[in-house]
Design a protein around this ligand. Structure first.
Ligand code: ADP
Length: 492
């Protein structure tokens, strides 16, 4: 099969969060299975070009229709760890992708509407006719609409589109300008709530809704979240549309790239280990010592609880803060690595960092640091993910891979991947963490204190840690699920 992915992120070159990991992991899995896979990305100035090999111009003078005129683009090709990618570089005064960071601008909807139109124009002009086009999140939500409304009539009518929603909170709204700029025009037609008109704002089109209506299949990133999006407020107003199109909507759990995340050869951790090592996994204990040295934590016999991730209200920041104090007041240590695009939240954690500066049992690192994140995953004992909602969540899977026991709230993908040591109905060998239901301090503490209790019993702790490391959350199963969907829509 010939598959082209259009995405705003790809790990590790253009990574903000789990979307990047997912696109990389799924692409790699498809390549391993013998399919032809290409990824189209914006050519941001902030890409980590040290992860891109052989970058070269492959299509100059691509004129992309925009506002009745056209913008000239140069398309570069290059490989990101074996994955063939195309990077679109527009030459216009808008400087859509030359702004020093990936997201966070006032004209976000127009930036990505342009990117999506440019990606399709590139495929059209360069003669690419993939069997499957896989688009991701609101940024590329107009893919199917542009394909079927503009490029289909021009002859690009053999491709089918699957769209994956990674986060319902961000849906992409724009006014009539997005229609005129992309050449869709006809606002009276598209603003209908039958098509892409937002259900809650009569003056906006909704990119995610456009994706659901026009794509041949729509997925979100876990089964549980698919249900939550349809039946609870976690769909952020998209429940009605999902019900309308429920026959082409489903949840597929993201996989984790087990080669990229592997404590047996991860180059960023000083001591390598595996579940086959001696019972007490000495390599992991040595990494714990190194982590403490690096973050100036006291060397003692306390467990380390950690958090790595965006500091976003979605992640339950009040619970993360509470976990920190619950840990240091109950004979544990706490490590946090995170950053937030919201100034208020970032400032809040900076204040907390200064306040706790001299505490030998906790460390807060505000920023994005892939290398440090790996040392934290491997050197900690427990990993906290108290999200208010979590479509899939990769951090709990990474933590488990590194033998760190997750403590999570039972939402979305967290509920699909972590099974409570004490209360899960599953067999003991499948129980791999601590789970709580209610998003409050009591809920969180109930799980944390049970984890601390088990840590005191080294025999059981070894068992739960081994359960974490043995579970298979690689791309093996999700890869098959996506292939089945590709095959299913390909012939429709
Ligand atoms: P989301 O996509 O909602 O941000 P996920 O759990 O799906 O959350 O994925 C987060 C990914 O980003 C993980 O690979 C995690 O290690 C990484 N990550 C998030 N924040 C940081 C950070 N500050 N430093 C390093 N890695 C980070």
């Amino acid at each position: 099969m010939y598959i082209v992915t259009i995405s705003s992120e790809l790990a590790p070159a253009a990574k903000v969060g789990g979307l990047a990991d997912m696109v990389y992991g799924l692409s790699r899995e498809m390549r391993i299975r013998g399919h032809s896979m290409e990824v189209i990305l914006p050519k941001y100035d902030c890409i980590r070009y040290d992860h891109v090999w052989g970058l070269a111009v492959c299509y100059d003078n691509l004129w992309v229709p925009w506002w009745g005129g056209a913008i000239r683009c140069t398309v570069y090709s290059g490989h990101v760890h074996g994955q063939l990618c195309f990077f679109i570089d527009p030459h216009s005064n808008d400087h859509f992708f030359n702004r020093g960071s990936f997201y966070g601008f006032h004209d976000e909807a127009m930036r990505y509407a342009f990117f999506t139109r440019a990606a399709l124009e590139f495929m059209y002009k360069s003669g690419k006719r993939p069997d499957i086009i896989h688009s991701h999140d609101w940024q590329t939500g107009l893919t199917a609409a542009l394909l079927y409304e503009i490029y289909g009539p021009l002859g690009m009518n053999t491709s089918r589109v699957i769209h994956t929603i990674h986060n319902f909170k961000h849906q992409g709204h724009a006014g009539v300008e997005a229609l005129f700029a992309t050449g869709l025009n006809r606002p009276e037609y598209y603003f209908s709530t039958e098509r892409m008109g937002d259900d809650h704002n009569p003056f906006a089109i909704n990119f995610t809704k456009a994706a659901i209506v026009y794509s041949n299949f729509v997925t979100t990133v876990s089964r549980k979240h698919a249900w939550e999006a349809m039946h609870t407020d976690q769909g952020y107003g998209m429940g009605h549309t999902l019900h309308r199109f429920s026959s082409k909507f489903g949840g597929v759990l993201n996989g984790l790239d087990y080669d990229m995340w592997n404590p047996e050869w991860d180059p960023h951790i000083p001591h390598h280990y595996s579940v086959r090592d001696l019972d007490d996994i000495p390599g992991k204990a040595e990494n714990k010592t190194v982590l403490r040295q690096r973050l100036l934590l006291e060397q003692n016999d306390r467990p380390i609880v950690s958090y790595v991730g965006r500091l976003d209200t979605q992640k339950g920041v009040h619970l993360i803060r509470h976990a920190l104090f619950a840990a240091i007041h109950n004979n544990a240590q706490f490590v946090l690595l995170g950053t937030s695009p919201e100034y208020g939240l970032n400032d809040y954690f900076w204040h907390l960092k200064h306040y706790l500066n001299d505490n030998p049992n906790c460390h807060l690192e505000i920023g994005f640091n892939e290398e440090l994140s790996r040392l934290i995953y491997s050197g900690s004992d427990m990993f906290i993910v108290p999200s208010l909602f979590e479509p899939c969540g990769l951090t709990q899977m990474i933590a488990m891979r590194y033998g760190t026991v997750p403590i999570v709230r039972a939402v979305g993908g967290l509920g699909d991947t972590v099974f409570d040591w004490d209360f899960s109905p599953r067999p003991v060998e499948e129980r791999n963490g601590f789970v709580f239901e209610s998003a409050d301090y009591h809920g969180l503490e109930s799980a944390m204190f049970r984890a601390f209790g088990l840590y005191g019993n080294s025999e059981y702790w070894k068992k739960i840690r081994a359960n974490c490391m043995r579970v298979d959350y690689s791309w093996n199963h999700p890869g098959t699920d996506y292939l089945n969907i590709y095959e299913f829509i390909r012939h429709r």
